[in-house]
Design a binder for this molecule. Structure first.
Ligand code: FES
Length: 125
């Protein structure tokens, strides 16, 4: 997926594609942490066979979001229980105030792939 426009942008050197994990590793209704560049954590959530990748660390404090809970359309951080809207990344409850960064996410040949800018992974913190 991504189409010609995505390829053009890759060729322009402004974005890069990162292979995160196999789609079979995140069955519908589950989530799994993956790594970018061996340093940055990205959370893959598969609600309904349409995986979406988010920053893996909460926007409130440093806490891994794969320790949280998936509920209908939201992800709850286990540390202070802020919920995030999975459609937008927006926080639904305090104490978190910033949205989760979301990355364009594709499935290619059974792999979950994201498209991110060149350079450091964009996160909100
Ligand atoms: S660390 Fe996630 S809500 Fe505080």
């Amino acid at each position: 997926m991504g189409g010609e426009r995505g390829i053009d942008r890759v060729l322009a050197g402004r974005v890069r594609r990162v292979d995160l994990l196999g789609i079979d590793e995140v069955p519908p209704g589950t989530m799994k942490m993956a790594w970018v560049d061996g340093t940055d954590q990205v959370l893959v959530v598969n609600l309904d066979d349409t995986p979406q990748a988010y920053q893996g660390i909460c926007t409130h404090e440093y806490f891994e979001l794969d320790k949280g809970f998936l509920t209908a359309g939201s992800l709850t951080c286990a540390l202070h229980l802020s919920r995030f809207d999975l459609a937008t990344g927006d926080p639904l409850d305090p104490p978190a105030e910033l949205p989760l960064a979301m990355y364009p996410t594709f499935v290619e040949d059974g792999r979950v792939v994201i498209e991110i800018p060149e350079g450091p992974l964009p996160v909100n913190e």
